[in-house]
Design a protein around this ligand. Structure first.
Ligand code: COA
Ligand code: AMP
Length: 630
């Protein structure tokens, strides 16, 4: 069957489609029902089933005789090490860690925060939680202590599993002091911490609270897999919303297993024994779905890469990993390819490696610009699949499903809606617009298995953020259009979220940080176009009356404040002092117009502007930074 038939089959009988897909998962109690709409418009899937994620990702492959197959390959150019863990070893390691957690009182439903760099132990910690029904929440290492503290207070973990340090090419990231600082700042305190001591930096442990990773597990009884209900939360992953408070996306266990396994075959064309590599980080949704769970559920070998696309040691790093480990499917963010293209525009380093094992390249996380796609097609000589998804969905909403059928490629489009997703483009009134017309992209409810059923501890926020604006639909927060062939084009966000190097960031959260500076009366943050990172944050600061401090000093302090409060991942390096901000008569800051001016695009004077002259001042300020070029 081709894509059109499969999509039609899903549309005709969604329950039948997903129950059929559920046949590829080992259940302790098989689901008899797909969708549970008892609380519509809140939906859940497979609620009458019992299942365990770790069993499906690890144990069943050992039982099937593939214990000797590599499950995880850790390739770490930043430490100069490589390490293979087979499925049988993974089972032992995870069962023992799970047993130790259990012995320390971690039970089904308890939350465990994981704060670790790209080491296999991060995946082991995730799987150990899944094994005993604990709910993990992984926090990206590039966040500052304050962001970690917010997450600690929101999900109130009983334990935190962390590493002593992470390694960036330019520096060692001191995880442990960040963790200690976060615990000090947070109101909630975990019962205990488990620290994976790396040889690059051995951290000081807090007596009575912190346990060394190895000592903690010594002599522990391995834990069995505990079956949980299909709608039991597998994990919480925080993502940026419009305000400073991150949203805790909840991932349900049963749907997650079914949907990820379906995508591994249908989209990535990978199965048992294939080597799958997502060059992202376990702290992001891509890392959850396609470094850890997806490949392991499907019985593939997954690569945990602790390095960068360039500089570790050069722009050939990705190709080296692909050759050495015979990668079949590769997934990265367009930013990473732009970084490689910048260092090696002619793709000369590609020719140094044997990439005959590579069958396809997948891009997501931000808009894939045509130049980058064409460069990759030319040099890698494999299909380049742009696919569109979000933390909330956990897998692709739109893609070119190579495992089903390679559809014609339209550059600039992540292709077509996947089964499960009825994607529609709506006008402000919630009416579908004609093809080719720009509008808000929404998905007709219910969403498919594995997508978020709610936000952690915030059902009202879930309804307000996603379900209220267009009743009957999930609002994606993206704007774009569909062409006459059903191909989607994702053009921009409709909210204050920006995308920096494939990282989703909230300008609202950054504004809260700037506003807390004692000299700042008012501020705005926008995302301006950036050749490498897609977008780059830029702050506008209006200072308190009577402040006579040098502008450069205030800007410098604001940059430091952002790094301290949100973290290096915010990549906030530029701000400019202005007298006033452009606003509508009702007081709304005209950020979209400021973005257009900064990017040198044509723009129209907003009809609702309070004082048009302010835009001239903004233009001059932007020009002082080398922006707003006509
Ligand atoms: N822990 C601590 N700090 C981190 C970090 C981590 N896990 N990851 C990144 N950082 C830091 C970086 O060191 C950098 O700090 P600096 O300001 O001191 O230089 C800052 O956060 C910004 O990082 P990044 O945006 O990654 O920029 P970079 O200049 O270090 O690297 C690229 C540029 C293009 C190589 C890099 O952005 C990249 O690989 N992007 C791919 C993105 C990706 O995989 N996204 C996931 C979604 S699929
Ligand atoms: P995240 O939740 O961090 O995965 O970010 C999701 C957001 O990234 C989406 O809502 C889009 O704005 C953007 N995004 C992800 N993939 C794509 C893509 N292929 N094309 C355009 N934008 C994308």
């Amino acid at each position: 069957m081709g894509y059109a038939d499969i999509y039609a089959k899903w549309k005709a009988d969604p329950d039948g489609f997903w129950l059929d897909a559920a046949g590829t998962i080992d259940w302790d109690r098989k689901p008899t029902r797909g969708l549970n709409d008892d609380r519509a418009p809140l939906y859940e899937w497979f609620t009458d089933s019992m299942v365990n994620t770790c069993w499906n990702a690890v144990d069943r492959h050992v039982l099937a005789g593939r214990g000797a197959q590599p499950a995880i390959i850790h390739d770490s150019p930043v430490t100069g090490t490589k390490h293979v863990i087979t499925y049988a070893e993974l089972q032992d390691r995870v069962a023992r860690l799970a047993g130790a957690l259990q012995a320390k009182g971690i039970a089904k439903g308890d939350r465990v925060i994981i704060y670790m760099p790209m080491v296999p132990e991060a995946l082991e910690a995730m799987l150990a939680c899944a094994r005993i029904g604990a709910i993990h929440s992984v926090v990206f290492g590039g966040f500052a202590a304050a962001e970690l503290a917010v997450r600690i207070d929101d999900c109130t973990p009983k334990a935190i599993i962390a590493a002593s340090c992470g390694i960036e090419p330019s520096r060692v990231v001191h995880y442990k002091p960040l963790l200690d600082g976060a615990i000090d700042m947070a109101t909630h305190k975990p019962d205990f911490c488990v620290i994976f001591q790396r040889e690059q930096e051995v951290a000081k442990l807090v007596e009575g609270r912190d346990h060394d990773w190895h000592g903690f597990q010594f002599g522990a009884e391995p834990a069995d897999c505990l079956p949980v209900e299909g709608n039991h939360p597998a994990y919480i992953l925080y993502t940026s919303g419009t305000t400073g408070a991150p949203k805790g996306v909840v991932r349900p266990t049963g749907g997650h297993l079914v949907a990820l396994n379906w995508t591994m075959r249908a989209i990535y064309d990978c199965g048992p024994g294939d080597v799958f590599w997502a060059a992202s980080d376990v702290g992001w949704v891509v890392g959850h779905s396609y470094i850890c769970y997806g490949p392991l559920i499907a019985g593939c070998t997954t690569i945990v890469y602790e390095g960068k696309p360039v500089g570790t040691p050069d722009a050939g790093a990705f190709w080296r990993v692909m050759q050495e480990h015979r990668v079949k499917s590769f997934f990265t963010a367009p930013t990473a390819l732009r970084a490689i293209k910048r260092d090696d525009p002619e793709g000369k380093l590609v020719a140094d490696y044997d990439l005959s094992g590579l069958k396809a390249l997948y891009l997501a996380g931000e808009r894939a610009d045509p130049d980058t796609i064409l460069w990759a097609q030319r040099h890698l000589k494999v299909p380049v699949v742009d696919h569109w998804w979000q933390t909330e969905t956990g897998y692709a909403i739109a893609a070119n499903p190579l495992g089903i059928e390679a559809l014609p490629v339209k550059i600039g489009s992540p292709s077509v809606a996947m089964p499960g997703f009825d994607v529609q483009v709506l006008d402000e009134g919630g009416h579908q617009v004609s093809s080719g017309t720009l509008g808000a992209i929404a998905i007709k409810l219910p969403l498919p298995p594995g997508t978020l059923p709610t936000l952690w501890n915030a059902e009202e926020r879930f309804r307000k953020s996603y379900l209220t604006h267009f009743p009957g639909y999930y609002e994606t927060g993206d704007a774009g259009y569909v062409d006459g062939d059903g191909y989607l084009y994702i053009m921009a966000r409709t909210d204050d979220v920006i995308n920096v190097a494939g990282h989703r960031l909230s300008t609202g959260a950054m504004e809260e940080v700037l506003a807390s500076h004692r000299d700042v009366a008012e501020c705005a943050v926008i995302g301006v176009a950036d050749d490498l990172k897609g977008q780059s944050p830029l702050g506008f600061l209006c200072l308190n009356k009577g402040t006579n401090r040098a502008h450069a000093d205030v800007v410098k302090e604001c940059v430091a404040l952002m790094r301290d409060r949100i973290g290096p991942v915010a990549d906030f390096k530029r701000a400019v002092v202005v007298d006033r901000l452009p606003k509508t008569r009702s007081g709304k800051i005209l950020r979209a117009t400021m973005v257009k001016i900064a990017d040198g695009q044509t723009w129209k004077m907003p009809a609702t502007i309070d004082d048009p002259a302010i835009l001239d001042e903004i233009t001059v300020a932007l020009q002082s930074l080398g922006l707003a070029k006509p």
